[in-house]
Design a protein around this ligand. Structure first.
Ligand SMILES: *Cc1c(COP(=O)(O)O)cnc(C)c1O
Length: 323
């Protein structure tokens, strides 16, 4: 068995969204609540970090170092778990430095993480520098890649897939719709589906990558993750479903589509989405439903990947409440 820390509150619930389904013309929509993984507002990174931090612990790390955008949910989860495990945390954040720390950035600070600012283009260079200095000082640093999307992080989502299968039992699920960015989450789900001969399809709504690139990353991570889980499988980019029609104004830019999706989920179901990932993925689901992509009688499971604190970032909150 793959080493795994018990950090998340599992299994996360699966709920039914009848009012949203009726609004979309009679679809059956389920939601897997990975926004409720239980660590500091939760999200998909908790599951990934159960495996990644097991490795960090086994190599005797004293400092966790990772990278993300200003409102990174991944960095917030790493900062919280570092605190919980008594480790130092260094975050390399890129993007415009806000005048006030709100949302995830506020939480990073609250968890006591040390922050290093950089630009998107220089992020890997800065990350290497921060790691090198930490190493030289004897801080026993452990580097977690962007989004914890390495083979271990992806493997965590193959295990999450099994959890979901147990919950739905004999119920038929035709589509799983999930936000996909650094690809680890979708890779794990694709691998999980492959391992269990699932008849439904895993549709990744790309947040910020062209279709072809994302399919390649997902297939690569799925293959590598299968190896970690003890049985290498061949998964090709053509086996991966990605829709990259919803990139909107680019990463982290909340447009009208995201705003509508966030509002619909909130006002029809009392469910909170985030402006960067799940808002965009849900906007894709809604648009595809309106275009008749899903057939009547099909069941769609929206895999909620978290991100709630970003709703409270000044830049998004102001925009959500205007008009
Ligand atoms: C990181 C993140 C994703 C994307 O997951 P990947 O594994 O990087 O594709 C989706 N939703 C939220 C809320 C995230 O924080």
């Amino acid at each position: 068995m793959i080493p795994r820390l018990k950090l998340a509150a599992l299994p996360t619930p699966i709920e039914f969204l009848p009012r949203l389904g009726a609004y979309l013309g009679g679809l059956r929509i389920l939601i897997k609540r990975d926004d409720l993984t239980g660590v500091a507002f939760g999200g998909n990174k908790t599951r990934k970090l159960e495996l990644v931090l097991a490795e960090a612990q086994s190599v005797g790390a004293h400092t966790l170092i990772t990278v993300g955008a200003v409102q990174s949910n991944h960095c917030r989860q790493v900062a919280a778990l570092a605190a919980r495990m008594g480790l130092k945390c260094k975050l390399v954040l890129y993007g415009e430095i806000p005048s006030r720390a709100s949302g995830n950035l506020f939480l990073d600070r609250l968890f006591g993480a040390e922050i290093f600012w950089t630009s998107k283009d220089a992020r890997n260079e800065t990350l290497n520098e921060v790691f090198g200095e930490s190493w030289a000082r004897g801080e026993r640093p452990y580097l977690i890649p962007l989004g914890a999307s390495n083979p271990l992080g992806a493997a965590a989502y193959a295990l999450a897939f099994d959890e979901m299968l147990q919950q739905i039992q004999s119920e038929r699920v035709d589509w799983i719709v999930v936000a996909s960015s650094s690809g680890g989450t979708q890779a794990g789900l694709v691998l999980g589906a492959h391992r269990r001969h699932f008849h439904g399809r895993i549709l990744g709504i790309s947040i910020d990558e062209p279709e072809r690139e994302l399919k390649e990353v997902v297939a690569f991570l799925a293959r590598e993750a299968s190896d970690r889980l003890g049985k290498a499988m061949t998964i090709h980019p053509e086996d991966v479903f990605v829709n990259a029609d919803y990139l909107g104004g680019g990463y982290g830019v909340m447009g009208e589509a995201e705003r509508e999706a966030i509002t619909l989920f909130a006002q029809l179901e009392g469910v909170l989405l985030d402006p960067v990932y799940t808002g965009r993925a849900a906007a894709g689901l809604i648009d595809l439903a309106r275009k008749g992509f899903f057939h009547r009688g099909e069941t769609i499971l929206f895999w909620h990947t978290g991100g709630t604190p970003a709703l409270f970032a000044d830049k998004y909150q102001n925009q959500l409440l205007s008009e």
